[in-house]
Design a protein around this ligand. Structure first.
Ligand code: G3P
Ligand code: MG
Length: 340
């Protein structure tokens, strides 16, 4: 088999290979769990087999929930135990920003209700507001919510409480409201919501995922967080007559995501073999299985991993030998079997 040819079949074996699985369009499609996804996870969790001793992570541009919640949901749907330490969400690497903004007021955008604000707090961002909070403070800030959000138990005066950064954690559930409040804060002198516009961007912007589209259980791919980026860039250009909009993006295909995933894979391998030499881990071959060429394949190739493309999500094309993916498969279980 491929892996046994390239990696001696021995107890040390799990140091020489690792797997990163995409989620949407590979293991699930929205509420639908793919049978071949269940089969692939059974193979990777069968400790009696060669595949079952390979460390694997779930590397998704999804988010809006905690890693623990995503792990529990996947364990239930796929029928195998998934640890939160095996889950990399789009916003997982944004934890590294928490120290810089621990006490500084940040605007966290995306997801349903206050879930992303709670995730940010759990990461260590100690002073978090959402666009809904700003509209609850002044409903006229975005007069197109009927009814407007209820005022919070402890009202906050955003005119006296500048923002120091904007972090888009997940897909916007209200593009209009979020485009309005995000451009308000990015433009306002000193980051004060409702403050007079400055001539250029006033606070840093961080986004977690650039996917223009993704696959769920609708017949055609749906707009992802990348569509919000397109709208925000267009709105910014229209409002500022072309002032530059600078932001840091996380998620696949960006290297930060792959470096974060590799550290998780290192920890999983070292759990099994504490004496493993770091050089052995660096020589490891990492197989990344995904459905989106612009994210999963481009990102894996850019990180020096082996990219495997499946037809169950965004991509549905032919097995074109010139495709930048190392190989193309009908579904994820085929790709996992190809590894061995
Ligand atoms: O919001 C999820 C979407 O952007 C893609 O998720 O799991 O295919 O990386 P995934
Ligand atoms: Mg996908």
């Amino acid at each position: 088999s491929r892996l046994l040819q390239t990696h001696a079949a021995s107890a040390r074996w799990h140091l020489d290979a690792a797997v990163a699985l995409d989620i949407d369009g590979v293991l699930v499609r929205g509420a639908q769990t793919l049978d071949e996804g269940r089969r692939a996870l059974r193979m990777l969790s069968d400790g009696s087999s060669a595949l079952g001793r390979i460390p694997f992570v779930l590397l998704t541009n999804g988010g809006g929930v905690s890693e623990a919640a995503k792990a529990a949901d996947l364990s239930r749907r796929l029928g195998v135990p998934i640890s939160p330490r095996q889950v990399v969400l789009a916003h997982s690497p944004m934890q590294a920003l928490a120290a810089r903004y621990a006490a500084r007021h940040v605007l966290v955008v995306g997801g349903a209700g206050r879930r992303c604000a709670e995730i940010a707090r759990a990461y260590g961002f100690g002073n978090v507001s959402t666009p809904d909070d700003v509209v609850a403070w002044r409903p006229a800030a975005w007069p197109f919510m009927a009814p407007p959000p209820a005022p919070p138990a402890r009202p906050r005066d955003y005119a006296a409480d500048p923002f120091h950064a904007v972090l888009v954690f997940h897909d916007s559930f209200d593009f209009g409201r979020d485009l309005q409040i995000v451009t308000d804060v990015l433009r306002a002198r000193g980051g004060v919501a409702g403050g007079a516009p400055a001539s250029r961007q006033s606070v840093p912007l961080y986004m977690s995922n650039a996917d223009l589209i993704f696959a769920n259980d609708f017949a055609q791919p749906r707009l992802g967080q990348g569509a919000f980026h397109v709208c925000l860039r267009a709105m910014w250009a229209a409002l500022t007559a072309g002032a530059p909009l600078e932001y840091t993006c996380f998620g696949k295909p960006f290297r930060v995501q792959y470096d974060f995933a590799e550290r998780l894979l290192d920890r999983l391998a070292l759990d099994a073999a504490p004496a493993a030499a770091p050089a052995r881990l660096r020589a490891r071959r990492i197989y990344a299985i995904g459905d989106n060429p612009a994210a999963d394949i481009a990102g894996a190739n850019g990180a020096g991993w082996t990219s495997l493309l499946v037809r169950t999500g965004v991509f549905s094309g032919a097995n074109d030998p010139t495709h930048p993916a190392a190989a193309v498969f009908d579904h994820v279980a085929d790709a996992v079997e190809w590894i061995i």
